[in-house]
Design a protein around this ligand. Structure first.
Ligand SMILES: [Zn+2]
Length: 176
């Protein structure tokens, strides 16, 4: 390790101990050229997780970016910062557990929409409208219909009643 004082790359380790609850190893070193001491930390390198964008581009997974998108959708909604942190952490855990290293952004969007639909309807619709880039009113209406349908199914499951055959009408979101 290069000495931060004299720049020589010759040292000996004089102390090694776990740090930050075992997340890293702290080593105390002594430069053999100038005898000054310095500290280094060693951490596990997490495998990179990449997001495949719709245009085919590839970028590292950015939890802050996801967090910002969620925060925008949840602005002035009764969703706590802690809840959003949990959501982002759960997403990242899920993505990392797949051990594939690359995830299409579409899947991340769908994952978040599923969760938001459970948490806050308004946040969900906001997120969906940005995420799906609705270009006209009919797409937006379709999204609302999808949400209503999902909620009806959920409620029906909860009530253990058979599902109704016909489609729910458009825009009956207000009555939910
Ligand atoms: Zn030195």
């Amino acid at each position: 390790m290069r000495c931060p004082y004299c720049g020589q790359d010759d040292d000996r380790v004089i102390d090694t101990r776990p740090s930050r609850g075992g997340e890293s190893i702290r080593r105390r070193r002594e430069c053999l050229a100038c005898s000054r001491r310095f500290t280094t930390y060693e951490t596990v390198e997490e495998p990179e997780l990449y997001v495949i964008k719709n245009d085919g581009g590839r970028e590292p997974f950015d939890r802050e970016k996801v967090r910002r998108g969620l925060a925008r959708a949840c602005e002035k909604r009764p969703v706590s910062k802690e809840r959003l942190d949990e959501l982002v952490a759960a997403l990242e855990t899920d993505l990392r557990n797949r051990l594939v290293g690359e995830v299409p952004s579409r899947e991340i969007g769908e994952w978040l929409m599923r969760e938001l639909a459970e948490i806050d309807e308004v946040a969900y619709v906001r997120f969906a409208s940005v995420y799906r880039r609705f270009t006209d009113g009919s797409q937006f209406a379709e999204e609302l219909r999808r949400l209503t349908r999902t909620r009806k199914k959920r409620r029906a499951r909860r009530a253990k009643k058979p599902l109704r055959e016909q489609e729910p009408p458009l825009f009956d979101l207000e009555r939910d």
